[in-house]
Each structure stands twice: as C-alpha cells, then as structure tokens.
Design a protein. Structure first.
Length: 338
C-alpha cells in the first residue's frame, strides 16, 4: 500500500520551512522537492526529501511509486528579477514545471479517486496597469481586473492560474468520460512579502525589507522607487498562515480559484518613516531606478481581498504599524545584534 502524503516543492525557502514546521504536526508524512537539500532541523521533520528539479519527470515518477499525494504546495519558481534576465528559463521553470506538477496531480487524483488539493502562490505581478493615473483611479483592484502583466514572471503566474482552472474544471473536456475534478486548484495572489528571517535578494518589491535590513546594520540605503510608490504588502508569517487556511478550507465554500490577499499598503515614504521609528539614525534616501520603478507602477496600489476574507477567513495578524514595530524591526535588529 502506498502512503498518503503532502508534497512541498521549493521547500528549502522560508515559506517551505514554515510549512514543514506547521504540517509536521499533522497526520500526513511530508515529501519535499528542491534543488537545494534541506537543513538538518527541517530534514528531520520530513518523510522523504527529493533533491532535483520539478522539470525532471522521472523524479515525480519516483514519488508516485511509493506515495499517494493528496495535497501539493507548489512553491518552486524563478522569481521576478531573475525572470526578466532569463525569460526562457523562467518560462521553463514557472510554466513547464507547474504543468508537470498539475499533470502529476491529475494522475494522482485519478489513481486514488479523490481530488488532489493544489496550492499555488501567484503574485500581484499578474496585474498590469497602464499608467499612474489609472493606478490611482483603480483603487483596490479585484482579481478579474487589469490582468495584463508586463513582466515575464507576471505572465507566467497568470497563465498558470488559467492552467490550474483548466485542470480543475475543463481537463480533456472532449473525452468520453469526465476527467476534470481530479485537481482542486487554489491560488493566492501574494502582495509584496516582508520577512524577518530571510535577507532580501533584490526582488522588485524588496525596497521595504531592504530599508529595514540596511537600517539594522547602520548602513545608508538608497531606495530604488519614488517616495510615493505604493503597493500592497504582508509579513511572511501572515502569508504562510493564509496558505494553510486556504488549504484547509471546504471546497464547497470557495467561490473562485484565485484569491487576492493583503494586509497594508504604505507608500515608500511611509515605510521610511516606520523604519525610522525603530532606527532614528537610519539614512534612507531615494534614487529611483527608472526600469524597476516602471514595473512597480504597473502593480496595484491596493487589492480587494474581500473574497478571501469571506470565503476562507483571511485575517492577517499584522497591520503596518504592528508589523514594523512588534515583528519586523525587533527580529531584524536581533539578527544583526552583537
């Protein structure tokens, strides 16, 4: 008998680590896939670790031989900045890799006769507003509005949302027997995420965490967006809670497959002031990078997450002031203490 299990791809990142810690308390063994091996503390919490790429079909076949996967958290991706420099590779990893996982989920669902719950982290990069006037006028954008991304990463994410819907509701719809319904695809469009653990890696929304990390180290920081630049944000801990909440929601109560989430949306200038409350001597100036600023200008100033709050109880713990004062600044300060 194959064992029922939960699969996490891209498990060696911060979200993967947090999911492992939370899901280790549950009944299902955890399987992980990543190019990088897990660290010892997290390796001890998983049943089996597969080191390799989601593009390797033989790796997925090894999982099928031993396990029945009923839940997938598909975190593996090439992120926004790198995707712009290597768009073909981005398509391969972000789209073809996701297609491999959806096909894997479909086969698993057909095999054990129940839908595989497929959690997909999408992004506000799936949006694309044409200019600042439109961005201001649009206000809090709903999931179906302005889906015209301008980045490769955004294009990848939006297309994979459509792939997920296809596998959930229309898979091989001309076949003699109904084959759809074996994948229960659920996506969250994450806002900019701010971590108290991971050092920012140059992402397009990383101007917020970069300010805090520079201030904590006593280093000057030149922000690459204008003071008035505004997009939605959330702390990483709330993002992980949201993934787990959506994974555990009753399918009957979900009115859609893709959900916005957000917690706060300060301007870059307002973020600077929040950082200075914790680090009064912080030297933060503005030196906008025209190309990165242009991308941020296409993303909504805010998103409407009413559906997530009503359908599965989204309730972030941290608003802007609490996020910086009580969570981010104390933890990041501790990181560089001594």
């Amino acid at each position: 008998m194959r064992k029922t299990a939960t699969l996490i791809t891209g498990a060696s990142g911060e979200i993967g680590h947090a999911l492992i810690e939370s899901l280790a308390q549950g009944p299902n063994p955890i399987l992980t896939v990543d190019l990088r091996p897990l660290e010892g503390t997290h390796r001890d919490l998983v049943a089996q670790e597969f080191t390799g790429s989601i593009l390797e079909r033989n790796l997925l076949e090894r999982i099928v031989a031993e396990y029945e996967v009923d839940t997938i958290f598909h975190l593996a991706a090439l992120l926004s900045t790198r995707s712009e420099f290597t768009p073909v590779t981005a398509h391969q990893v972000n789209v073809e890799g996701t297609l491999n996982l959806l096909d894997f989920a479909q086969a698993q669902g057909e095999s054990h006769g129940r839908p595989v719950v497929f959690l997909y982290p999408s992004s506000i990069a799936a949006y694309g507003l044409p200019d600042l006037e439109t961005k201001t006028r649009a206000g809090a954008v709903k999931e179906h509005e302005w889906n015209v991304p301008t980045t490769m990463y955004g294009c990848n994410k939006l297309y994979c949302e459509h792939l997920g819907r296809y596998y959930s509701f229309n898979y091989k719809q001309l076949a003699a027997d109904r084959l759809s319904g074996k994948v229960d695809f659920r996506a969250i469009r994450f806002p900019g995420l701010i971590s108290a653990v991971t050092v920012p890696s140059g992402g397009t929304s990383d101007f917020a965490p970069e300010m805090i990390h520079a201030a904590a180290q006593g280093e000057p920081y030149r922000c690459f967006v204008r003071p008035d630049a505004r997009i939605p944000f959330m702390v990483m801990a709330d993002a992980v809670d949201a993934l787990l909440a959506l994974a555990g929601a009753d399918r009957a109560g979900l009115r859609q497959s893709v959900y916005n989430i957000t917690a706060f949306n300060p301007s870059a200038e307002e973020i600077r002031e929040l950082v200075r409350e914790g680090f009064p001597a912080a030297e933060i100036s503005f030196a906008p990078d025209a190309k990165r600023q242009a991308i941020v200008d296409t993303w909504p100033a805010d998103v409407d997450d009413t559906a997530a709050r009503e359908d599965w109880g989204l309730a972030p713990r941290y608003g802007a002031e609490a996020a910086f004062r009580d969570f981010l600044i104390p933890n990041i300060r501790q990181r560089y203490a001594g």
